[in-house]
Design a protein around this ligand. Structure first.
Ligand code: AMP
Ligand code: MN
Ligand code: MN
Ligand code: MN
Length: 291
């Protein structure tokens, strides 16, 4: 079992727990090294760091950046970043700025299908309104009786071809990787098993082109063990990590009790042969830094 969890969300983005509550829950579940990786915002890190100190846990500064690559939306996790780094802070600010207008368009799309009040409804769930996103709309759609739970919302709404979906231009991949690297962080491709082309999984040719480009840009890691992956996918992405010389990362992608597939921590060990991403910032006695 790994005592690292390097991907989770607080109320600063679309999680249900405050940063301090999240840290307390992780500590109680045996996590010793936690990265808070809110979408496009680092505002939760000071509160999380203070809570981590109380629990004798190490907080790793993180963020999950929304990226448009070809026709895909990708998520790039930055680990061990410096949240005060200017290019990173400015880049994240620009992404957040786009979310308000997108939310407006999402609400208009839902209204055309007879679902009114979605904008106000979604904002009620957004403790940090600048990160308004699909999870907040999903909670409103559950509350208003349009879906049984958040997971089933994403079958009928908010995805390509369904009411509430709005195409959006996020950050460019070279920019996201560049901001992370310039801040001293490690760029990790999040949950590669989740990316789809239409209803189909992203094909291996496209994934290889993505990983080649990502590695050439300075990307160093890939999530192998993710709450969004099956055990078969742990093995699959461990092979991609080896093929592209990438470090392996692990994270639950926890959003909240009852809403996520996986709770914080309790992540299984990596498949054999993986080099853990923390080698990039920890210098073990017999190991050189790989950065
Ligand atoms: P956004 O950044 O506004 O596009 O929202 C993306 C977020 O929506 C993800 O980080 C998840 O929290 C949530 N989400 C997307 N797809 C699903 C899904 N199939 N099931 C549950 N949550 C999802
Ligand atoms: Mn989310
Ligand atoms: Mn994600
Ligand atoms: Mn996430």
């Amino acid at each position: 079992m790994l005592d690292y969890d390097l991907h989770c969300h607080s109320t600063v983005s679309d999680g249900l727990l405050s940063p301090a509550e999240l840290v307390a829950r992780a500590a109680g579940r045996g996590v010793r090294f936690l990265a808070l990786t809110d979408h496009d915002d680092v505002a939760g890190l000071p509160e999380a760091a203070a809570a981590a100190a109380q629990h004798g846990m190490q907080l790793i500064n993180g963020v999950e950046i929304s990226v448009s690559w070809r026709s895909h939306t990708l998520h790039i996790v930055g680990l061990h970043i410096d949240p005060a780094s200017e290019p990173l802070a400015e880049g994240l600010h620009a992404i957040r700025n786009g979310r308000g207008a997108r939310a407006q368009l999402m609400a208009e799309s839902l209204a055309r299908c007879g679902i009114g009040g979605a904008l106000e409804g979604a904002y009620r769930y957004a403790a940090n309104p600048s990160i308004i996103g699909r999870a907040h709309f999903a909670r409103f759609l559950v509350e208003s009786g349009h879906a049984r739970d958040v997971r089933s919302v994403f079958k009928n709404y908010l995805v390509k071809g369904k009411p509430g979906y709005v195409a959006h231009q996020w950050a460019a991949l070279p920019d996201a990787v560049g901001w992370i690297r310039a801040s001293g962080g490690v760029a990790v491709l999040a949950h590669p098993g989740r990316y789809t082309a239409g209803r189909k999984k992203m094909g291996s040719t496209t994934l290889r082109e993505l990983l080649r480009e990502f590695a050439d840009l300075g990307g160093q890691g890939i999530e192998v063990v993710s709450g969004a992956h099956t055990p078969e996918q742990y093995a699959e992405f461990a092979r991609y990590a080896q093929e592209f010389g990438l470090l392996a990362s692990c994270g639950s992608d926890f959003h909240g009790p009852g809403e996520s597939y996986r709770d914080l921590g309790c992540l299984p060990d990596f498949p054999m042969g993986c080099r853990p991403v923390w080698q990039a910032w920890e210098t073990a006695p017999t190991q050189d830094k790989v950065l």
